[in-house]
Design a binder for this molecule. Sequence first.
Ligand SMILES: [Zn+2]
Length: 284
Amino acid sequence: MPELPEVEAVRRQLVALILDRTVERVRVHRRDVVRDPRGRRQGRLAGEQLGVDRVIRSIDRRGKQLIIEFDDDRGLVIRLGMSGRIESGDAKRRRSVPLHRHVAWTIAGGSDRPAIRMEFIDPRRFGGVHLFEGSEDRDQRVLRNLGPEATLIDGKALGERLKGSRRAIKAVLLDQQVLAGIGNIYADESLFRSGIRPDRPAVDLSALELERLARSIRTTLGLAIDAGGTTLRDHRLPDGSAGTFGSGHLAYGRSGQPCTRCQRPMTACVVAGRSTTWCESCQA
Ligand SMILES: [Zn+2]
């Protein structure tokens, strides 16, 4: 599923395509993917709730969530869930209508540029479009209980977030209330880079290890963002291209393959209910 790097790569393309432009119209093909700030389904939807006639003032990200704000302080939080993606491009050029397209925006063109379409597509529908009105609605309801951004974490802050937890470090890294943005792929990658075994109780990590882990998280996420994220199956950037970070994976999905450091086979196990790959000799 899309984690922080995938969503950030999507955000960067959208900024180049639609920031500061006006939404001309929206079509909702499946109303049940649109939710109010408390997560309830919307019976009726007015175009202005989804930005029609408004200028897109900002395109941000919080953890794994994309935030689009309009110039009337309303906005959308888009969650990609397991299989969601955003497709965007010239509104007039398209080969075929994508399957599972639930919401489609048209962004107005001008004399010197074409109209742009932006579509929310989600085959498995674990994602959704959450409406908010103003920053309080956004922060207190839609985005509540999110930990600090994983891209900005340092060792000291990470230690404070772990609060002496006895849970496995991997379980804690996956907890969005502790740290926002990391999922299964980047947890395995960060733990491998830092040389820490995924099932270590978080409370046992020394200050030095926390520093190393925080640095590994920042490095891993930075490299992944630059590569457009990891495409296992569904992830695509708005222009349709795939993320290429998969070829740079050191741990995730490499069980049985030689460790890139010691050449011994990588081990698969289950930590925090998630499939986990690590090296028994390089991670302690
Ligand atoms: Zn190794």
